[in-house]
Write a protein that binds this ligand. Structure first.
Ligand code: RB5
Length: 155
């Protein structure tokens, strides 16, 4: 299991799922910070929640990682990937969660509460939390290329 603190956020489409995922982290002894939203009546736009999570990861020097959930996971991932050093992916199956970690060095997991049920989401989360990227393996040149593109296009 990861020893990193996980910053978790959601919009109002995924408040219930966030509570389920928090229970998993508590069971697994994973430290987490919940940056909201906490109520389904909270209309905060998903990009603003994504911003909170990404800023917390960046401020930690990438020692923290993130989970963002919304209706589909898509808006969260699109927003998160605009932040330097964030490698976010939507995973709705455990193979993708494995590859997000091992192939892509993904530091932010996105899921959609309107796409998958809580049991599958919890399995995906456990998979992603349990794996660590191994530097200098065959995926490294591709991850380096992603990071180089990120650097080149930063304003
Ligand atoms: C609702 O705002 C919905 O668009 C959002 O939860 C998410 O699915 C966006 O990608």
């Amino acid at each position: 299991m990861t020893t990193k603190t996980i910053v978790i956020g959601c919009d109002n489409a995924a408040v219930g799922l966030k509570q389920e995922l928090i229970k998993v982290m508590e069971q697994e002894g994973v430290a987490y910070e919940d940056v909201g939203v906490t109520d389904t009546s909270d209309q905060t736009y998903y990009p603003l929640v994504a911003e909170r999570v990404c800023q917390a990861i960046i401020a930690s020097g990438y020692q923290k990682e993130g989970i963002l959930i919304c209706g589909t996971g898509l808006g969260m991932a699109i927003t998160a990937n605009k932040f330097p050093g964030i490698l976010a992916g939507v995973c709705h199956d455990s193979f993708s969660a494995e590859r997000l970690r091992l192939s892509n060095d993904g530091n932010l997991l996105c899921m959609g509460a309107r796409v998958i049920g809580p049991e599958l989401a919890k399995k995906i989360l456990r998979e992603w939390l349990s794996l660590q990227y191994k530097p200098d393996g065959p995926s490294q040149p591709k991850v380096d290329a992603m990071r180089a593109i990120d650097e080149q296009h930063r304003k």
